[in-house]
Write a protein that binds this ligand. Sequence first.
Ligand code: PBG
Length: 320
Amino acid sequence: MIVRPRRLRKSAALRDMVRETTLSVKDLVAPLFVKPGEGVRDPIRSMPGQYQFSVDALVDEAEALWEIGIPAVILFGLPDNKDATGSRSWADDGIVQIAVRALKERLPDLVVITDVCLCEYTDHGHCGLIRGGGVDNDATLDLLARQAVSHARAGADIVAPSDMMDGRVAAIRRALDEAGFQSTGILSYAVKYASAFYGPFREAADSAPQFGDRTTYQMDPANAREALKEARLDIEEGADMIMVKPALAYLDIIRRVREISDLPLAAYQVSGEYAMIKAAAANGWLDERRVMFESLTAIKRAGADIILTYFARDAAVLMR
Ligand code: PBG
């Protein structure tokens, strides 16, 4: 007797009934880039369909996303000025702080997440303070904590440290609590690899390191057990949600982290993942819509509850 799995694939209705993974607009977080100015909507060359927005245009964009059901955005700032310590990152009149206040005023229910890192704000482009030619872990913690507190003060719901310094979740939690922000959450980029898939983002956020690379703080793509160690540490330090990044090349990691943690798990479909699909589609080599949904579904199937993706808007529109 032949076993016939095809019986359950015979019609669209039947396939819908037995589908194991469903993507929802509520799973999606849209990354947005904000810069000084007014009425600015500058296209990002290597990420077709993505823009650097001034605050007013950012609020309009976020409103459009909210209206199609996207619950959350994550903000990246392009400051007016960079220096050795990234001091514009914790200024109460910094670009992200202004943007958060503007978003919360127009869209109080939108979940506003802020990326916490120094690389967009330092003149050397590294994610921490440079001392003795290298990134000084412990000296960086206080600056990250200050940045997180200033985001919370502006009204951010969740801060998302992406720097990969050791001990930063604990440092940020302590600083938030001491400043009275007990209910500001932490989404930790717990498992973040030193990935070439971030290429287009560094153009988008103007955050490329001016010397060396990020291999002394971001993870080696060859390591999986180390991902579990990083995840456990951030959970112990008080993260409310954790993230694996990038997504599609790390589905095994998403699955393994899912299995050891009870926390909501996010995955970041990063700039290079988006750019590859856009470029192939622009050449007529791939069906963009189908590849977009196939990759998002794969990330969900691997175990992600939340997906940060530049496709958020396109996917949400098509899911309506
Ligand atoms: C900042 C940061 C990066 C990304 C998110 N936060 C860049 C990096 O680590 O170099 C990458 C996001 C993307 O590629 O879409 N540290």
